[in-house]
Design a protein around this ligand. Structure first.
Ligand SMILES: C[S@@+](CC[C@H](N)C(=O)[O-])C[C@H]1O[C@@H](n2cnc3c(N)ncnc32)[C@H](O)[C@@H]1O
Length: 200
């Protein structure tokens, strides 16, 4: 389900690069669906890349790199960066100055990633919250282009004014936690309540 949701945001492309691929099951799904013609996968861990080699062994059109962040040799028209925290994805994006389509799914701190994409001169065209096995995820697709995001868009998604039952459930849950918790943060409660007005 998480894999399907993420891959549904990848546009048809020639070369897909997955950074932080681990088992490379996302790339495998994209190849099997014919969304990309060939793939490059990379990971900071050699052991993870071995899993990727095994899972992609039936596909000849794949390249493999062990490195921190985006391999400098890689020439891809779409880059997928998923399953890492917002700080790590922000770090990975900092080393990139190309113009490929970016599909990212941070496990936390999505606001750092949205902010970074705007600073890099990327416009977010998909920004979707989804739920899988009781956990909430964000998946974002961005293309080169300018964008100005306000604070609520950075924190809750570019399209927070559009109705999304998943975003509503996520924010209601967060609001309850904040209201119960000792660290009840009036500013956060105010912002979440403002977004929830759009989700009624
Ligand atoms: C939880 S896995 C995610 C796998 C896959 N992308 C997914 O979403 O299912 C995170 C992977 O990112 C790799 N990773 C972490 N920091 C990295 C970095 N700076 N550069 C490249 N890979 C990194 C880890 O070694 C790990 O294999």
């Amino acid at each position: 389900m998480r894999f399907e949701e993420i891959i549904s945001c990848v546009p048809p492309c020639e070369v897909l690069l997955e950074v932080g691929c681990d088992h490379a099951l996302l790339t495998l799904l994209a190849l099997n669906k014919g969304i990309c013609k060939s793939a490059i996968v990379s990971d900071i861990s050699d052991a993870c890349l071995s899993k990727a080699r095994e899972n992609l062994k039936s596909h000849e059109n794949c390249e493999f790199y062990v490195c921190d962040g985006i391999p400098t040799q890689a020439n891809a028209d779409c880059i997928l960066i998923c399953g890492m925290g917002g700080h790590t994805i922000e770090h990975i994006l900092s080393g990139y100055n190309g113009s490929a389509t970016l599909v990212v799914s941070p496990q936390s701190h999505a606001e750092l990633v949205r902010q970074k994409l705007a600073e890099m001169g990327y416009a977010i065209c998909i920004d979707r919250c989804f739920e899988d096995k009781g956990k909430f995820y964000d998946v974002i697709r961005a293309e080169k282009g300018s964008s100005e995001l306000d604070e609520l868009q950075i924190h809750f998604g570019v399209f927070y004014k559009e109705k999304n039952p998943c975003l509503k459930r996520k924010l209601e849950r967060r609001l309850n936690e904040l209201k119960k918790g000792k660290d009840a943060n009036a500013d956060k409660i105010k912002k979440i309540s403002e977004v929830l007005l759009w989700q009624k």
